[in-house]
Design a protein around this ligand. Sequence first.
Ligand code: HEM
Length: 393
Amino acid sequence: MHPFGPEATSAPHPVYAQLREEAPAHEIQLTPTFTAWLITRYDDARRALNDPRLSKNIAGTPIRTGGGWPDELRAAMDSHMLSNDPPAHTRLRRLVSSVFTARRIADLRPDVQRISDELLDGFAGRDEVDLIGEYAFPLPLQVICELLGVPMDDRDSFRQWSNTIIASAMAQGDALAAATSMNAYVRELVERKRAEPDAALLSALVSAADEGDRLTEDELTSLVFLLLLAGHETTVNLIGNGVYLLLSHPEQLARLRADRKLVSPAIEEFLRYESPVKTSTFRMATEPVEFDGVTVPAGAIVMVSLLSANHDPQVFADPERFDPARADNQHLAFGHGIHYCLGAPLARLEGEIAFNGLLDRFPKLRATQPLDELIWRPGALLRGLDRLPVMVN
Ligand code: HEM
């Protein structure tokens, strides 16, 4: 059974249970000409995510050179920490961490709260809303734009470009046009921040320095791409999938309403149960790598199924049970090792504010249609609903 086919997209957990049972690594046909190895078990997944033999630098491999993208555009999109190994990764992550600090995230709390309040105010007098299009998507998009300092008027264009880029997993056709426009825009924005610095993150990144070291133009543009895409195309699914899980378990929704201390552990359980990033980004085996008797050959592309690892019964007791109070929830939804998600504290902050906002305002929140009829977005990397129509009043 194909893990990214239509059946697995709508009901993935039985498919992954079977794949985990059958083998620790499966060679999957991604396109007619292209395969990747998928790692399915928790212990292997954790090891793979932090194995130096699995390189994140895949520039020059067919998956990157296919699609006819100009080299300059690739360099402007792909020169970020998630496409590099140490020592380049260490340098990029350190420069970015010097300004993307816990303090800066904590200071964002009132802004996230205001953005959430404004969006929920917009539901006044309405019965039915699409929780994805009207809340789960705009909330993180506005937060990341505010964090970076992207002007309000430009945010719609961002939404369109990033949607198009993400929708095309193998990056062809429309995605090329969207990436070209986004690249031109980001370059100009960097110039503007250089000329007129403000208090937001992008200005700080422009001048971020580490012992005289600075981010180059391509590194800056790539980082903005990474932060914009990683910052909202993922968090939308944390919010959407979390609401979906609560609506499909009304007794747990009632439990959360009664005990708000459960919101934080519930967020970890949303991340585990319906992991927003279901598969890691690509890695390349620089030498043969063995997983429990199966050898992935040198040169092969490797992906780690975070969703499958997060349902491994060897690690999670009764993994198909949704339990907002699950103890010791060591899920891999934010990855593991040196590429562990830099935005995890921000995603958790947004989740906390988003779910508390919904619980505070809408005591009658309920689905408008059978939840098993909802449509999940296709694709190999992300797990999220296309729309989530709900009754709010
Ligand atoms: C629920 C929301 C999110 C999830 C599930 C998520 C998940 C992940 C995962 C799985 C990785 C590692 C990928 C790999 O190793 O192949 C990652 C890396 C990363 N994420 Fe997130 N992410 C989320 C939100 C964010 C946010 C809000 C930001 C920034 C504003 C962000 C920025 C990053 C960055 C910069 C990296 C690369 C780190 C590195 O290479 O060292 N993420 N994320």
